[in-house]
Design a protein around this ligand. Structure first.
Ligand SMILES: Cc1cc2nc3c(=O)[nH]c(=O)nc-3n(C[C@H](O)[C@H](O)[C@H](O)COP(=O)(O)OP(=O)(O)OC[C@H]3O[C@@H](n4cnc5c(N)ncnc54)[C@H](O)[C@@H]3O)c2cc1C
Ligand code: SF4
Length: 546
């Protein structure tokens, strides 16, 4: 049966900072251009998870009067502390002079990126953009000549066994003269497009981290609005892994804290979730959280390969923008401003293409326009930060970054390489150090299930599992023997379990209803056997202010 379709000049997948900035800019430049945005969350912002210390550079360009328009940037950064944690007890504040200048946050704001996206969506709608939350783009639709024609939203009302339920509704196609893919880190359709158009040819593999975050309401006397605290070292360093933590004092006596674990870690016994739980017991962190109440939990992967790993962003009929194309600046641990800028440049490019009455061709000129932007220039200057951290670890890697960025302004005449993909990094479980994590105390640390509860995750129960195994025998057949099936530990929502039946037989169980859409399994599975696909629209977390 042919699907119904609607036609637009530009279709945008994903209402994050990249997609919404692109949508707003298009309509600012030409209000005749029709623009539609689809978003898989139950509302705009429901699936957005970030730190976030926000650099307002792109927003200043997009809406110079954002203060008058009421943008939710309420907390200016007032202090910037960086600690090197040597152990579970000891921590040393790093003198400001030694901190790479990319980690200084004067002029930035501590925000909820979800709330900023909600506000951007209001601005976009006021400019005439059509936004459809609860619509997950599940398929790319192609013209006969192979160029992208648009997307199809998923069917709803399909039972787990594939039969149609009473509520069945067929998905529809949204056709665009051009389609922008702005799905964020490890976009499901972006991944297909990269493979289809070989957009990663000649590039380094993309690298990732998994960020696990909580929001806390803390006693007023422990709160210092505007204080930003970052740490490196313990607990990850103790288990040979890299990454770092953030703790930001936002308004209303709230603190947001999280740990980003580089997904290049080697030890299959490592659990990013448990590392984060024990991190909160460090005296540097505990001093802020003690006596407080955890109100929200979530997780999301982060792209961190930098320009060496950025795929070609243009292809016939569309563009990849934002973290779908890896525009995050890892040296700053910030990607919202660069994602927005990549979307704004995309908007300027498409408006010119439409003015010339072009359609569905390859906007090759986007590459030069993006490379001329400040977003690319800052990524270029800080291109060696991530590979240096991987090559030499947090400590020496940061010393290198200090010299490269603070002293030479990123002008050193070489580009470091990081050629091994994250999924190929695990050592066999039998050769790796066993890790025993402390039991959660229910005050500062918690278990996975009570955590997922706070993410308000909800999926229609009777639907096909959206975590597809290419080969169902791999989890027990090879992953368990070789790596003690690491999915049990890297998934921050307890989706993957090895269940031992009464008979003693083992079964690989996928609790897909708990999935918070972080995409870590799609990235880290050593056999690259798991593919995350879109579940029925609106499924997933419902973050209020992540
Ligand atoms: C733990 C953590 C901390 C961070 N801290 C900071 C920080 O302090 N400062 C900073 O600037 N950046 C930070 N970042 C990075 C920043 O959040 C990202 O760079 C930024 O959100 C990227 O924007 P985006 O629009 O490309 O993608 P996203 O923000 O990921 O938005 C993508 C949107 O597309 C939707 N979507 C995805 N697939 C589909 C589909 N198929 N159909 C329909 N909708 C879809 C998603 O639901 C989502 O709403 C952090 C990230 C993490 C994970
Ligand atoms: S199943 Fe995959 S995408 Fe979902 S929460 Fe677990 S690791 Fe993340």
């Amino acid at each position: 049966m042919e699907r119904e379709f609607m036609e637009y000049d530009v279709v945008i997948v994903g209402a994050g900072p990249a997609g919404l900035a692109a949508a707003c800019r298009i309509r600012q430049l030409n209000e005749e251009v029709s623009v539609c945005v689809v978003e898989k969350g139950s509302e705009v912002g429901a699936h957005i998870l970030s730190g976030a210390v926000f650099e307002p550079t792109a927003l200043n360009e997009l809406f110079p009067n954002w203060k008058e328009l009421g943008a939710p940037l309420h907390t200016e950064v007032k202090g910037d502390d960086i600690y090197l944690l040597q152990s579970g007890e000891k921590g040393q504040k790093v003198p400001g002079f030694f901190v790479p200048k990319t980690m200084h946050n004067e002029g930035n704001y501590i925000i909820s990126l979800g709330n900023l996206c909600r506000w951007l969506a209001e601005q976009a709608e006021a400019l005439g953009v059509e936004i459809y939350p609860t619509f997950a783009a599940s398929e790319v639709v192609y013209h006969e000549d192979g160029s992208v024609k648009g997307i199809a939203t998923g069917d709803a009302g399909i039972a787990e066994d594939g039969s149609h339920k009473g509520s069945y509704t067929q998905g529809m196609e949204l056709h665009g003269k051009y389609t922008f893919f702005a799905e964020g880190c490890r976009g499901h359709l972006g991944k297909q497009l990269i493979s289809q158009f070989k957009l990663d040819e000649g590039k380094e593999p993309q690298h990732y981290g998994i960020g696990i975050k909580e929001i806390w309401k803390i006693p007023a006397e422990q709160h210092q609005q505007g204080l930003v605290v970052h740490t490196a070292g313990w607990p990850l360093a103790e288990n040979g892994a890299a990454g770092g933590s953030f703790l930001y004092h936002i308004e209303d006596n709230q603190v947001v804290c999280g740990l980003i674990t580089d997904l290049s870690y080697n030890n299959p016994h490592l659990s990013p979730f448990d590392e984060f739980q024990r991190y909160k017991h460090h005296p540097v962190i505990k001093q802020y959280l003690e006596g407080g109440e955890r109100t929200s939990y979530g997780a999301r992967a982060i792209t961190k390969g930098g320009i060496q790993s950025q795929p070609t962003m243009h292809f016939p009929g569309g563009l990849l923008i934002g973290d779908d194309a890896g525009t995050l600046n890892f040296a700053k641990i910030k990607g919202s401003h660069t994602a927005m800028k990549s979307g704004m440049v995309a908007a300027e490019t498409v408006v010119e293409a439409l003015k010339a009455e072009r359609t569905s061709d390859d906007m090759v000129e986007y590459e030069a326009a993006y490379k001329a932007s400040w977003a690319y220039k800052e990524l270029y200057a800080q291109r060696n930060f991530g590979p240096a951290q991987h090559k030499w670890g947090n400590f020496i890697g940061s010393a290198y970054a200090f010299i490269d960025i603070n002293i030479f302004n990123g002008n050193l005449p070489w580009t470091l390489s990081d050629p091994k993909p994250d999924h190929a990094q695990l050592t066999p479980a039998s050769e790796a150090k066993q890790i025993t994590y402390p039991k959660p105390d229910g005050k500062l640390s918690f278990d996975k299930l009570s955590s997922v509860f706070l993410s308000n995750t909800n999926h229609e129960e009777d639907q096909p599992i959206h975590l597809k195994l290419a080969d169902a025998s791999i989890p027990l057949g090879s992953n368990l023997a070789m790596f003690d099936e690491p999915a049990q530990r890297y998934c921050p929502a307890g989706v993957y379990e090895i269940v031992v039946e009464e008979s003693g037989d083992k079964r690989f169980q996928i609790n897909s209803q708990n999935c918070v859409h972080c995409k870590t399994c799609d990235i880290k599975d050593p056999a690259q056997n798991i593919t995350w696909v879109t579940p029925e629209g609106a499924g997933g977390p419902n973050y209020p202010n992540m």
